[in-house]
Design a protein around this ligand. Structure first.
Ligand SMILES: C[S@@+](CC[C@H](N)C(=O)[O-])C[C@H]1O[C@@H](n2cnc3c(N)ncnc32)[C@H](O)[C@@H]1O
Length: 394
């Protein structure tokens, strides 16, 4: 099998972690994008390693019933979405299969939940990373490539309506990037090389920033207002902070005066909700700028900056409630053990990666903490990504 080769027709097997379907061709595993389980497709090989190959379904010989025509004209070229060709209800089902499979395989957990849809499916993104092409048009990168796919004229279907579609619409702190203004050379191509932009929708409206900006924006979550770095972490889906906060509070049922830790706290979203429930709150976060904002956003809570594994020892030795919202790699064995040593009444684990969640739930089980509920939310429609909230009790 060689890169660029057209192979098939190929029988497409089950969905795998990462959103590709698994196929076998002459005994070799091929991860196929733009396909669905049960389809018969022609595959263009994109990448070959010693253990597997990757390819794109470029012709659908026998389509699945759940295949739809993508709402976006650049679906398939643009690397932003990988589920545009899947009926929305079946997108949820594919994500459910991946989460259930990871929980079973890595943690021995039989999960019979569903992935809950979250409105809106389209027009939901408050945060996006764009890049310009050689003509200065905003676009997104193609899958596993530096190539830039310009946004369609109506903009990205996932972006919130206030998200800028052109660099020209920008009202930012970075005056160096409006075409025509750059160097004062009106007749030159506006961009010599691709430039990256952060698209951010906030209470201030939709704006573009350059990575590394120290600009701050305002986000509202329920009654609370958060000051957030434009270049710092904030959930992408407009409804995510409220949906996840509600799931965490429903699961933990915090009581006034309980001691609660918010680990990987960012600018303090869960810390704020726990403080509002009357808890005494401690937060830990590795990013200094985020901690400075967390202190400002939730002055009732106490925050520590540092790596969670190393910083937990600076917090009280007991907690009633713990929230963990680690990055994609998960919290890991040492953190899960340290959390168990706090002997919390309940733990809420917020996860964006099903495999990391499953591994960490496995570690938690070694210390006597088991998931009493695992809810999953479709906060990344049109892609294979999901967000989950597991509630653990001893
Ligand atoms: C998924 S975000 C969650 C942020 C926050 N809970 C929210 O909802 O806005 C993960 C956070 O963990 C922080 N982080 C990553 N690795 C860390 C570590 N080893 N120790 C402490 N914080 C870390 C990141 O800076 C980021 O803010």
């Amino acid at each position: 099998m060689q890169v660029g080769e057209l192979i098939g027709p190929v029988d497409v097997g089950p969905i795998a972690h990462g959103g590709h379907c698994v196929a076998r061709v002459d005994g070799q595993v091929v991860f196929v994008r733009h396909a669905l389980p049960g389809e018969l497709v022609q595959v263009r090989v994109r990448d070959v390693t010693r253990r597997f190959a990757r390819g794109d379904a470029v012709e659908i010989v026998r389509p699945a019933d759940e295949r739809v025509s993508p709402p976006c004209p650049v679906a398939g070229e643009c690397g932003g979405c990988d589920f545009q060709h899947v009926a929305p209800a079946f997108q949820l089902e594919l994500k459910r299969r991946v989460l259930a499979e990871q929980l079973q395989r890595l943690a021995g957990i039989v999960w019979d939940g569903v992935v809950e849809p979250v409105d809106p499916l389209l027009g939901s993104r408050y945060r996006m990373r764009f890049v310009t092409d050689a003509d200065g048009r905003l676009g997104l990168r193609a899958h596993r490539s530096h190539e830039v796919v310009p946004l369609p004229s109506e903009g990205c279907r996932l972006a919130h309506a206030s998200m800028p579609r052109r660099v020209r619409e920008m009202a930012t702190d970075s005056a160096d990037v409006t075409p025509g203004e750059r160097g004062g050379e009106q007749n030159r191509s506006p961009f010599d090389e691709p430039a990256e932009y952060l698209g951010v929708v906030s209470a201030e409206g939709g704006r573009l920033f350059r990575p590394g900006t120290d600009a701050l924006v305002t986000q509202q979550v329920g009654e609370r207002t958060f000051t957030v770095a434009a270049d710092g972490f904030w959930q992408a889906h407009v409804a995510a902070p409220e949906v996840l906060t509600a799931a965490v509070l429903d699961g933990l049922r915090p009581e006034p005066d309980e001691r609660a830790f918010d680990l990987y706290c960012g600018v303090g979203v869960f810390a704020g909700a726990l403080a509002d429930a009357g808890c005494q709150v401690w937060g830990v976060e590795g990013n200094k700028a985020a901690i400075a904002l967390a202190r400002r956003n939730v002055p009732q809570a106490r925050f520590q900056v540092g790596d969670v594994a190393r910083t937990l020892s600076r917090l009280p030795g007991r907690a009633d409630l713990v929230v963990l919202d680690p990055p994609r790699t998960g919290a890991g064995k040492a953190v899960m053990a340290a959390v168990a040593r706090l002997r919390p009444r309940a733990v809420a684990y917020v996860a964006c990666d099903p495999a990391a969640l499953a591994r960490d739930l496995g570690f938690a089980a070694e210390h006597g903490y088991r998931a009493s509920s695992i809810r999953a939310f479709d906060l990344f429609g049109m892609t294979h990504h999901l967000e989950a909230v597991a509630i653990l009790y001893r």
